[in-house]
Design a protein around this ligand. Structure first.
Ligand SMILES: [Zn+2]
Length: 168
């Protein structure tokens, strides 16, 4: 009797664990193979518009800078600001990092990268502290950024070619 119950207990536990495992695999699969949630995409658009307005009000920059979410970025990068040979300025946000916290991506990472992009827009391509110069910091703070530390270890400005083409 006791053994029978024990067997049943194990059976149920194994089944539950399998269900849990499969559902978590499925969630990861869904996340990796689909665009970000519509709500998050909407929030990115709103933030982008806010930054564009601040850039114009505070620095007179009216250039529209595209913000793209990519799944082709190295995991170590949260975001990047790129300047291509064709004079295109783009901001990339790492899709993988949205899984941890979308607020962090929006309030910390996006303004940080936007400040790099504005530096490009005003033709300042300084390599000082990997682009984290005093001027960059002032812009970052003016954009209400929460991650405007000058002594970060990130190499998040890319001048030249990028291969962050993923559209997700
Ligand atoms: Zn940076």
């Amino acid at each position: 009797m006791f053994l029978k119950r024990l067997k049943l207990f194990f059976l149920v536990t194994t089944l539950l664990a399998s269900v849990f495992l499969i559902s978590s695999w499925y969630k990861t699969y869904q996340f990796e193979n689909n665009p970000l949630d519509v709500k998050i995409l909407k929030k990115i658009k709103i933030k982008q518009y806010e930054l564009q307005t601040l850039a114009y009000k505070k620095f007179g920059v009216s250039r529209k800078i595209p913000v793209l979410v990519s799944n082709k970025m190295p995991s170590s990068l949260y975001g990047a600001a790129t300047f291509s040979k064709e004079n295109e300025i783009k901001i990339y946000l790492n899709k993988k990092r949205f899984k941890e916290s979308s607020d962090y991506m929006l309030d910390n990472v996006l303004p940080h990268e936007y400040a790099h992009a504005l530096m490009f827009a005003i033709n300042d391509f300084t390599k000082q502290n990997a682009g984290h110069s005093l001027k960059w910091q002032k812009i970052c703070i003016a954009l209400n950024g929460l991650k405007c530390d000058r002594f970060v270890k990130e190499d998040d400005i890319i001048i030249g070619k990028t291969n962050f083409f993923g559209k997700n």
